[in-house]
Design a protein around this ligand. Sequence first.
Ligand SMILES: Cc1cc2nc3c(=O)[nH]c(=O)nc-3n(C[C@H](O)[C@H](O)[C@H](O)COP(=O)(O)O)c2cc1C
Length: 164
Amino acid sequence: MSFEAREFRDALGRFATGVALVTARAQDARPIGITINSFSSVSLDPPLVLWSLATTSPNLEHFAIGSEHLIHILAHDQEALARRFASRMEFKFEGLQHGESSRGLPRFDDCLAYFECRTHAWHTEGDHVIVIARVHGLDHRPRDPLLFCGGRFAVLESASGNPG
Ligand SMILES: Cc1cc2nc3c(=O)[nH]c(=O)nc-3n(C[C@H](O)[C@H](O)[C@H](O)COP(=O)(O)O)c2cc1C
């Protein structure tokens, strides 16, 4: 089977996912945030999750083994947040209201779930690093998710017009 990179991307894009935002702090305490959809569960005991980050990311070093980050699972009305953190703009946090987790990580309100993580292992594979993270804290609530499929954001039919 032979195929072009574009075709591979398009085929992978048929897999519908949720959307997550990962936040952390640089060594100088500057906030960092990246939109991802490569989030997945790995293990219940111990509690482990994974996500992958492009090796070209200027933020790669901030997710090294032992570093902390907060994974936000985004709700149906948080597309603007997802778009902002999928951009390469320099000051992604400028003008955005956010709080802090108990561990001092940038935290945006009203997400479906939060996973407070520490990088447990990472594996470079091709053009991405697979971050395996141990979950140290979590929080969740029943809201409708933001979805991503075929290169587009989407919401469940039940979420249209649903303020929850
Ligand atoms: C829905 C969606 C999902 C994404 N998932 C990932 C991902 O899992 N890993 C990744 O490295 N980039 C992903 N990206 C692209 C990054 O968000 C984008 O490259 C961003 O600029 C990365 O931030 P950085 O430049 O600060 O590293 C995704 C983008 C979108 C819109």
